[in-house]
Every structure is written in structure tokens, then in C-alpha cells.
Design a protein around this ligand. Structure first.
Ligand code: PMP
Ligand code: GLN
Length: 379
């Protein structure tokens, strides 16, 4: 049959988690917590399912949840999007990103992706009929080279996708990055998809800079979030998009014929929990930074080189002092032979540079992190 995505296979996350399961390896590959979500949140889901809230939600999402999202954005970002015109609940950030790209990218439009880029962006661009133009982040620091981005723009460039805190590198964009992007987007009339699913996971006292805080950027952006990351419920597949009314209207045209709605009791449970504990996201930097630091201390005597991740729940390990083996084969081999599964990052590049990094997820119980580190110290 004719394939629309002939070069695309099963995602690296699915493959590495399956390999970890098959070989009983400690799974530090796919990004999800191995510890339970807050009990109050889980009880709220059971409650709403038992109470009979099991039919279709409104297409744009349960009002109570959109209200809570607006309140949370006010609390943490100082912005007040309209819950009716500007906030859309989606069944996962992946669906939100897909709908935004499908709705806004036309045939032959170019979309700038910054490599290493999350794996769902490029297939969405291609299915929309657009062309992905890959600009690499600067090697080793993973900062954006804005001159390189500028040079990659053409009269066909419609959109740029940014992701901060950044998966897989853990880099975060600075205030001056956002200012530069704002200028560039205005000058070249670009739309922005801003993937901020790790917004609350920023460490060392730094703070997240959202496109929502820059009025000129906000007016041309779809910003995408995931409750899966913030509340530790990746399996609940629920997120939201924030965009000005005109962009939201286009996004919803696709959403209503893609998934139509998100899952009702999940939305109601999240709304209850957010109302009860509005400060919960504020606990995340301390909680995850402690895990990051535990992993660092435990790897101090290893042959890996690591620079502390600035955000997300991922940590890169530079293994260039150990071997020249390509990261994808090394990840598979170490899952089988050493019992620790990780993610190769060359997968996220169109043209992988000569570098040797593995990504570890540290959203895991301390004992799992310590066991994995013990093994990695013996390599
Ligand atoms: N963007 C990034 C950068 C991610 O890491 C993820 C993670 N899983 C997603 C989007 C998708 O989130 P969701 O599970 O809510 O679809
Ligand atoms: N975003 C998660 C990660 O980076 C995985 C999500 C997925 O499996 N698609 O590991």
C-alpha cells in the first residue's frame, strides 16, 4: 500500500519500554512516573465515574476544568486567558499539537523545528502537507542559535515550534530567547506552537518563561500543556491548548473531528483537585530537583559526564569517555546486557551531530534511580 509516512516506525518510547519489559530492565527510558499520582486526584476520578459522569463532555472541555486552568495560569504566569474563547481541553498534548499544526499549516508551508525535536512534530507537519525545516540547537549547551533560525526562514515559513523546558535535553529558554523570538515572529509574521508541557519542572530557583507572558507572541501562539506531566498521570491523556480566539477557533475545527472531546470523569477529577490544591504545581520543582540531585550524586564516580538538567524530568548522560558506539545501538545493548533502559537522542535529529548522549528519566522512585546508578557506575 501507499504509505504517507514511509520512513516512520513505532516510536522510540514504545520500543524502549517494550524492550525494558522484555528483559526486566530498570526503565529510565519513556517519560512517566513509576510512583502513584496524588491520592485525592485518583479518588476524585473514581468518584466522578461512580457518580455517573460518563457521557460526552462539551467539545471544548468541561467548564469547571477550563476555569481552573485559567485560575492556574493567573496564579503562575500572571495572565488571564478567557476559558470560553481561549482554552481548549484536549486528550493529551500530542493531540493538541497535532490539531494546531493540522489547522494552521497549509500545503507547502514551512515549519521550523529545533533539533533535537520531539518526535510528534514532524509527522504532523508532513500530514498537513507542510515541510519541516530543521535547525539544530547549539551542540552541548542546547541553546537556540537565533541567527541560524533567522537564516532558515523563507517566504514560505508559516510557523516555528518551540519546546521549553526541552525534551530530551532539559534545556530551558531564557527571557532574552523569548524576546528574540517575539521580534522575529512579528517581523516575519510567524505562528508559534509552544510546547510547554514541562512548565512546572524548572530547577535551581529559575523560572519558566511562557510565550503567554509576551503579548505580541501570545497573539500568534498556540501554547500546549499536559496534565499528564504536572499531575503525574500520563495515562490519563489530558492536556489543554491556550490560543487567542481566532487561532482557537481554527484549532477546534480540527479537534472536533479528530477526537471530538476529552474524557469526562478525568476532566472533572482534575478540576476538583486543582480547586482543592491550587499550589500543587509549586511543589514540583523541589520534588523533582531532589531526584535529579540524587541521580547526580549516585553517578559522581561513574565515567559519564553530566551537566545538571535545567528543567523537565530528563537528564542527559555524555558517554563519550566510555565508547564511540552510536547511541541507538548502545541503548538497546545496555537495556539487554546491563538492565538499564534509556533513550538515544540522535533519533530526534534530522542530521545527528557527532555527540554521545543518552537520556535518562528521573521521574522514578529513589530506589530505582539508585539501583540504575549502581549499574551505570560499573560500566
Ligand atoms: N510534548 C513533549 C515535549 C513531551 O515530552 C510529551 C510527552 N509525553 C508530549 C508533548 C505529549 O504529552 P501528552 O502525553 O499529554 O500527549
Ligand atoms: N514524552 C514522553 C517521553 O519523552 C513519552 C510519550 C510517548 O511515549 N509518546 O518519554
Amino acid at each position: 500500500i501507499h504509505s504517507k509516512l514511509p520512513d516512520i516506525g513505532t516510536t522510540i518510547f514504545t520500543r524502549m519500554s517494550a524492550l525494558a519489559r522484555e528483559h526486566g530492565a530498570i526503565n529510565l527510558s519513556q517519560g512517566f512516573p513509576d510512583f502513584p499520582a496524588p491520592e485525592g486526584l485518583r479518588r476524585a476520578l473514581a468518584h466522578h465515574a461512580l457518580e455517573g459522569h460518563n457521557q460526552y463532555a462539551p467539545m471544548i472541555g468541561e467548564p469547571a476544568l477550563r476555569e481552573q486552568v485559567a485560575a492556574q495560569l493567573q496564579r503562575f504566569r500572571g495572565v488571564t486567558p478567557d476559558p470560553v474563547e481561549e482554552i481548549t481541553i484536549v486528550p493529551g498534548a500530542t493531540e493538541g499539537i497535532f490539531c494546531a499544526i493540522m489547522a494552521l499549516v497549509d500545503r507547502d508551508d514551512e515549519v521550523i523545528l529545533l533539533d533535537p525535536s520531539y518526535d510528534s512534530y514532524e509527522p504532523a507537519v508532513r500530514l498537513a502537507g507542510g515541510r519541516a525545516i530543521h535547525v539544530p540547537l547549539i551542540e552541548d549547551t542546547f541553546a537556540v542559535d537565533w541567527d541560524h533560525v533567522s537564516g532558515a526562514l523563507s517566504s514560505r515559513t508559516r510557523m516555528i515550534v518551540i519546546n521549553s523546558p526541552h525534551n530530551p535535553t532539559g534545556a530551558v529558554l531564557s527571557h532574552s530567547d523569548l524576546e528574540t523570538l517575539e521580534e522575529l515572529a512579528e517581523l516575519r509574521d510567524l505562528l508559534v506552537v509552544s510546547d510547554e508541557v514541562y512548565e512546572h519542572l524548572v530547577f535551581d530557583g529559575a523560572r519558566h518563561h511562557s510565550v503567554l507572558e509576551y503579548p505580541a507572541l501570545r497573539s500568534r501562539s498556540v501554547t500546549v500543556y499536559s496534565f499528564g506531566k504536572t499531575y503525574g498521570v500520563t495515562g490519563w491523556k489530558t492536556g489543554y491548548c491556550v490560543a487567542p480566539p481566532a487561532l482557537t477557533a481554527e484549532l477546534r475545527k480540527v479537534h472536533q473531528f479528530n477526537c471530538f472531546v476529552g474524557v469526562t470523569p478525568v476532566q472533572l477529577a482534575l478540576a476538583d483537585f486543582m480547586a482543592e490544591d491550587p499550589d500543587y504545581p509549586g511543589t514540583l520543582p523541589g520534588f523533582y530537583q531532589a531526584k535529579r540531585d540524587l541521580l547526580h550524586r549516585a553517578l559522581a564516580n561513574s565515567r559519564f559526564r553530566l551537566r545538571p538538567s535545567a528543567g523537565t524530568y530528563f537528564q542527559l548522560l555524555d558517554y563519550s569517555d566510555i565508547t564511540d558506539e552510536p547511541d541507538h545501538s548502545l541503548c538497546e545493548r545496555w537495556t539487554v546486557e546491563q538492565g538499564v533502559a534509556s533513550i538515544p537522542i540522535s533519533i530526534f535529529y534530522q542530521a545527528p551531530p557527532q555527540q554521545h548522549y543518552l537520556r535518562l528519566c528521573f521521574a522514578k522512585q529513589d530506589e530505582q534511580l539508585l539501583r540504575a546508578a549502581e549499574t551505570l557506575c560499573r560500566i
